[in-house]
Design a protein around this ligand. Structure first.
Ligand SMILES: Cc1cc2nc3c(=O)[nH]c(=O)nc-3n(C[C@H](O)[C@H](O)[C@H](O)COP(=O)(O)OP(=O)(O)OC[C@H]3O[C@@H](n4cnc5c(N)ncnc54)[C@H](O)[C@@H]3O)c2cc1C
Length: 427
């Protein structure tokens, strides 16, 4: 072997971390390189922390395939590593139209919304999505969620929707991989690539690294990294999402995640409880030109969020939010995940994981592993392991998690950070 690593993974977001975990378990000697000082500090630091079941992913898509694979694997890992999670379930709520003028139009809208719910339920059955989704009448919705605004027309109960600590889980995947001969380098930006026959040199700001295969998990920069080897097949079109966060004293106001009926572009603004019992309202969806994750919230969007709060759970409006956060989805011109293997370049591109990267991450890792075996014919340096080790960790006062071997990671996800503050939010 005239290379240092079997696989170099570019990007320490949730997708790169899961790929590292799956490949390390299989015995591949891996290095993950991340340009920022902390892993998980870009798109993966701005998500909602929800494990979606894939009910609204397109049929026959890679997204649906990966989410289903992930659902099979993730819960034993969460248990083993004691990562906080809660199966809260979700209700997709159909609301009436406040400004409908004609009665005929009203009935058309009413039945078309009902039909839309039935279509969503039917299509999720066709997709084989786990869990028994079923329709609820308006009164059944109010039985489950008495604080919802007036005007509910009906809903769908989605029992398996789960919330978790969206930062700690990928951190645990990385930590586990370190015990399996893998390494992580942060503050290590990839600046160039030289593919050769059966070997690739990855140039970074801290020197060159050689490997057999490169997996590009660079999220918001995925297209630019693909371009380094002339393999660009998509363009990143960043889509911002913004949230309001309420104190844990609001957690009794809802029991499950309240979803609107989704559109083609977005799942819509959700009112949900984080795994640490903060009620959160968001995310929005705005296409923006910049790839920099905007730390600042936008005032106009904030008003839209307050309005969504009042129109979904009116009594939440009598609390002031304790904070807000934003995230940036690595969307592309395509709806589906963009995972492509270029055998002649020793290259796998994993891009466009825009809205469900947490829910599909282990499936994505497995998909990549199969591509490495089948299309790149690379055997792992070490033997595989089916054992999952327990991980001994504790949260510290200064917003870090510390593992038994003293490795420490700084919180970068607002759900984890807000979850460890003790603000109350009564007006
Ligand atoms: C508002 C919002 C809500 C969401 N809600 C959910 C949800 O509830 N459930 C769910 O499943 N998913 C959700 N998602 C989607 C999920 O967060 C994304 O799919 C996921 O974060 C994408 O991960 P990634 O690893 O592809 O990208 P990233 O997290 O951006 O990781 C890519 C990494 O590559 C690094 N990188 C880039 N260029 C280089 C370079 N040259 N050298 C080295 N490193 C580099 C970056 O620094 C970054 O850390 C949401 C996303 C957003 C933004």
């Amino acid at each position: 072997m005239d290379y240092e690593y079997d696989v170099v993974i570019i990007g320490g977001g949730v997708v790169g971390c899961a790929t590292l975990f799956i490949l390390s378990q299989d015995g591949y000697k891996c290095l993950l390189v991340e340009k920022n000082p902390e892993i998980l500090s870009e798109a993966s630091s701005g998500n909602s922390g929800m494990l979606h079941t894939g009910f609204d992913a397109p049929i026959n898509s890679k997204e649906l395939h990966c989410i289903k694979l992930c659902q099979d694997e993730i819960f034993p890992l969460l248990d083993k590593w004691k990562v906080p999670d809660k199966r809260t379930g979700a209700i997709m709520v159909a609301w009436n139209e406040q400004q409908i003028r004609s009665r005929t139009y009203f009935y058309m809208r009413f039945f078309s919304q009902r039909r839309k719910l039935a279509d969503i339920q039917k299509s999720s059955e066709d997709k084989g999505v786990v869990g028994d989704m079923y329709q609820l009448s308006a009164s059944q919705v109010y039985e489950r969620e008495p604080n919802l605004n007036q005007g509910v027309q009906g809903g769908i109960w989605i029992p398996n929707e789960t919330v978790l600590d969206p930062w700690l889980f990928p951190v645990c995947m990385v930590q586990h991989s370190l015990h399996r001969n893998s390494k992580v380098k942060t503050d290590c930006k990839v600046t160039g690539i030289t593919p050769e026959y059966n070997r690739t040199t990855v140039h970074t700001q801290h020197g060159a690294i050689t490997c057999r295969v490169v997996v590009n998990c660079a999220g918001l920069y995925g297209d630019q990294i693909d371009n380094l080897v002339n393999c660009q097949t998509f363009s990143i079109k960043p889509r911002k999402g913004q949230y309001l966060v309420y104190g844990q004293n609001t957690s009794g106001l809802i029991n499950s995640s309240i979803l609107p009926v989704p559109t083609d572009k977005t799942k819509g603004i959700i009112v949900f409880k984080s795994v640490y019992n903060n009620v959160i309202v968001g995310p929005t969806a705005e296409d923006i030109p910049s790839r920099q994750v905007p730390p600042e919230a936008d005032g106009i969007i904030r008003s839209k969020l307050y309005s969504a709060t009042g129109s979904t759970v009116p009594c939440l409006s009598s609390y002031s939010n304790i904070g807000e956060y934003t995230g940036l989805r690595p969307a592309t011109q395509y709806k589906d995940y963009q995972i492509t293997t270029f055998p002649e370049r020793n290259w796998i591109s994993v891009g466009g994981i825009r809205s469900t990267g947490l829910s599909g991450c282990l499936g994505i890792g497995k998909y990549v592993r199969d591509e490495i075996r089948e299309k790149l014919s690379l055997e792992p340096t070490f033997g595989p392991s089916s054992t999952i080790e327990t991980l001994d960790w504790s949260f510290s006062q200064n917003h870090t998690v510390k593992f038994a071997d003293s490795t420490e990671y700084k919180f970068v996800h607002p759900i984890t950070t807000f979850g460890h503050q003790t603000h109350s939010s009564r007006l």
